[in-house]
Design a protein around this ligand. Structure first.
Ligand SMILES: Nc1ncnc2c1ncn2[C@@H]1O[C@H](COP(=O)(O)OP(=O)(O)OP(=O)(O)O)[C@@H](O)[C@H]1O
Length: 263
């Protein structure tokens, strides 16, 4: 992007964030029919960076994430990951999704499979790993998210927070270089939000590159290296969490945050 000199300086030097840009979005626009949802967006993510995207409902946050994951095709503009185009004739979608994992609000687990099978399916079928190796890996990541005791359970037997932790383990089992989170706690009861955020905090601490669309302002404030505020299909403001939450410059950011604080 298009990071302003000010925000580049702000990001520089933060623990774990490297200088290389892994994801670059230039002039991204997305329309659904005549409805313009994203307008000429420039955005980039550096290796090791945790970017939280906040903004009002309908501002285009999920659509931008879905364009990054190629679940939506941009109307115009370019997305590149490690210098290679996302989309187009030479694009290998399954290899790309192995590198750039996504965790959804609605978990998207395979309900007919056990927890363990959910975490083995991608590595076996996409990465062509041997079953024994995939199992060992899956067990490692399920333990990491505190779900080892549930390996034989079906998703229908789990709470929302447990399902989301399995979804994170499933994404990790693909050894992604970057993870996209689309409102990962929005479908959860309040008491389960914390357990999922704790796992995400740990991933951030370990240096995982993450783009997180979230309504969890406290998480964005404490964990992100950069917070991006979206409004009406554009990035209205981007900076360190301190800049966005303590000293927002754009009146729309100020209005959004004050509404949020009031609610
Ligand atoms: N597949 C689609 N077809 C038509 N319109 C869509 C589609 N997906 C999203 N939209 C519209 O695009 C706009 C932006 O939606 P999006 O989900 O990206 O917003 P958001 O900022 O993530 O909102 P929220 O915080 O409520 O999830 C909304 O008006 C939505 O109705």
């Amino acid at each position: 992007m298009a990071l302003s000199a000010k925000s580049v300086d702000a990001v520089k030097g933060r623990a774990g964030v490297k200088t290389d840009t892994v994801l670059r979005i230039e002039h991204l626009s997305k329309n659904f029919g005549s409805h313009i949802v994203l307008r000429d967006i420039d955005f980039s993510v550096r290796s090791g960076e945790v970017v939280c995207i906040i903004g009002a409902s309908g501002s285009g946050k999920s659509t931008m994430l879905r364009c990054i994951n190629h679940l939506e095709t941009p109307t115009s503009g370019e997305i590149t990951y490690e210098g290679k185009a996302v989309g187009g004739v030479h694009f290998d979608l399954s290899q790309y999704r192995a590198k750039v994992g996504m965790v959804f609000q609605s978990f998207n687990l395979f309900n007919n499979m056990t927890v363990l099978q959910n975490c083995m399916a991608g590595p076996v079928h996409v990465l062509h790993k041997k079953k024994a190796e995939a199992k060992q890996d899956a067990l490692f990541y399920l333990k990491k998210v505190g779900m080892a005791p549930y390996i034989n359970a079906r998703p229908s037997q789990l709470s929302g927070g447990q399902k989301q932790r399995v979804a994170i383990a499933r994404a990790l089992a693909m050894h992604p270089k970057m993870l996209l989170f689309d409102e990962p706690t929005s479908a959860l009861d309040p008491q389960m939000v914390g357990e999922v955020l704790a796992v995400m905090r740990q991933l951030a601490k370990e240096g995982m590159t993450m783009v997180v669309v979230t309504h969890e302002m406290q998480f964005a404030r404490e964990v992100s290296n950069r917070t991006v505020f979206m409004c009406d299909g554009v990035i209205a403001e981007s900076g360190t969490p301190e800049q966005i939450f303590e000293h927002p410059q754009n009146p729309k950011t100020q209005q959004f945050l004050s509404r949020f604080q009031a609610s």
